[in-house]
Design a binder for this molecule. Structure first.
Ligand SMILES: Nc1ncnc2c1ncn2[C@@H]1O[C@H](COP(=O)(O)OP(=O)(O)O)[C@@H](O)[C@H]1O
Ligand SMILES: [Mg+2]
Length: 475
């Protein structure tokens, strides 16, 4: 497409063209009105002068008779100007005046009208136009007073010229203006197109230029940049997940393969083979669990779980989960102390909150069992209370706790501390709790229970929707 063709197709040009059209119409209407008023004013002036002269001349006729009238008319006729006079007999024969030829019958028509005429001195100059008034004098004579409308024609010509000039002026101004605007806007849009093409071609770090004018194009560029940032974050997250999966699933998969291989090679009896198969199934179950946990976290982080949210009483959920863990806690020799408010209305997912509390309790049992001291001291506490507009779920144990430096790191996928190596687990529990907290617009923080770990889950109560910009959870 040629540059001009491109220009004609731009919105800016179309808009400018529309404005140009409106301005032209406006100019025509204004000038037309001015012309019409000026013409009317002139005509009115002509008529009133004619009227006044008729009155004066008929007065002279009344006082001084025909001779006096003819004298005055002769004198005035000789004076140069646009004034026209004619005195005729009843039959229309000319007595005095500067009007030569008139269309037939004009002199018999009393009253005022416009007519072509010619002057006595230049009869062959062609007919001019005049406004005239014919007055019947007592005694049958006719008096005609008129005004040449040449002036009016000249005025019309001036206005016609003004029309032409203003049209030309508006045209030039409009074209230049629209060209300028179109070029400016077009240039920036072209830049944006170019940059987006580069970004699409693989330069994902590229961003659109912000002109700093704060106009629509700037806002659009800003939004596109924000969108690119968001996409970048998601891509980064995805890459991290896939890297993690590739890395962390390799070990259990290799183990699985080696176990199967070993069983094939070394098993002597069906019983031994059966035992190996059972171990393999257990390993596979672990893999499935890891996959499920990863998928759930990924789903939460993509915000896909938002649709399934409902209102429920979180207090019941916390109590139910704590109850499930009571037997396990007793077995581990750790008393479980539960204090939960009666009513904690939450808008969210009952299953996910249950899973999150279960994960925290699981950790507390797993790592709290390493605690030393009396049973009462080693107890695990679970509480859920309302604190201004939010609910605070706390799961605390007396185990080794997490050093402050690691409290942010353990929320990441697959991160397990050295001290936890001997315990079963995949390092996904806390990641899921943090993701659930974000889904509910809340946050998970890890604190020192002196000794032990205190996991604090703060979630906004009631109908608080999950905030679109989730709070940071690293503590
Ligand atoms: N209550 C706790 N006491 C001490 N360390 C903990 C506790 N909870 C979590 N951790 C540490 O944080 C790590 C991550 O926890 P988590 O994500 O639940 O993974 P997992 O329990 O599968 O190891 C654990 O491996 C452990 O090192
Ligand atoms: Mg865990």
């Amino acid at each position: 497409m040629t540059a001009l063709g491109k220009l004609f197709r731009t919105t800016a040009f179309k808009l400018s063209f529309a404005y140009l059209l409106v301005f032209t119409i406006f100019a025509f209407v204004t000038l037309g009105y001015v012309a019409w008023s000026a013409q009317r004013l002139l005509t009115e002036q002509f008529i009133s002068t004619i009227e006044a002269e008729i009155n004066g001349l008929s007065e002279q006729y009344r006082v001084g008779g025909l001779r006096r009238l003819v004298n005055i008319v002769e004198r005035r006729s000789r004076a140069p100007g646009a004034s026209l006079y004619l005195v005729t007999t009843n039959a229309g024969e000319r007595i005095a005046g500067n009007v030569g030829a008139l269309p037939p019958g004009v002199i018999d028509r009393p009253g005022q009208f416009e007519t072509p005429y010619s002057r006595t001195e230049d009869a062959d100059a062609g007919p001019n136009h005049a406004i005239i008034r014919v007055y019947r004098l007592p005694g049958g004579f006719r008096l005609l007073v008129g005004r040449d409308v040449e002036e009016r024609i000249r005025l019309r010509d001036i206005i016609h010229r003004a029309f032409g000039y203003s049209l030309l002026f508006i045209g030039i101004l409009g074209c230049a203006g629209s060209w300028f605007i179109a070029r400016r806007v077009l240039k920036r849009v072209d830049d944006m197109t170019e940059t987006t093409r580069e970004i699409m071609a693989g330069d994902l770090g590229g961003r659109l230029r912000i002109a700093g004018t704060g106009d629509e194009l700037d806002r659009l560029a800003q939004n596109l940049n924000d969108m690119l940032d968001r996409i970048g974050e998601l891509m980064h997250g995805m890459r991290e997940v896939s890297d993690n999966i590739a890395h962390d699933l390799k070990t259990p998969l290799t183990r699985l393969r080696n176990k199967a291989d070993e069983a094939l090679r070394t098993a002597k009896s069906p019983d031994e083979l059966k035992g190996s198969l059972e171990a393999i199934i257990e390993e596979s179950d672990n893999l499935i669990r890891i996959f499920n946990a990863l998928l759930m976290i990924a789903r939460l982080e993509a915000g896909n779980a938002r649709e399934g949210l409902a209102d429920f009483n979180a207090a019941e959920t916390v109590r139910d989960v704590a109850e499930l863990y009571e037997a396990l806690a007793e077995e581990a020799g750790l008393p479980l102390e539960v204090t939960v408010d009666e009513d904690l209305p939450l808008h969210g997912s009952r299953e996910l909150l249950g899973q999150a509390v279960a994960n925290l309790l699981d950790n507390a049992l797993k790592y709290g069992a390493q605690a030393e001291g009396s049973d009462a001291f080693r107890s695990i506490t679970v509480s859920a209370h309302r604190i201004d507009g939010a609910m605070r779920i706390v799961v605390a144990d007396r185990g080794p706790g997490i050093p402050e430096a690691d409290r942010g790191r353990v929320l990441e996928r697959f991160v397990r501390l050295e001290t936890a190596r001997s315990r079963p687990g995949f390092g996904l529990g806390l990641s899921l709790v943090a993701a659930v907290a974000r889904l509910h617009g809340g946050a998970l923080t890890l604190e020192d229970n002196e000794p032990g770990l205190r996991a604090v889950l703060v979630l906004p109560l009631g109908n608080a929707q999950a905030s679109p910009e989730p709070a940071q959870t690293a503590a």
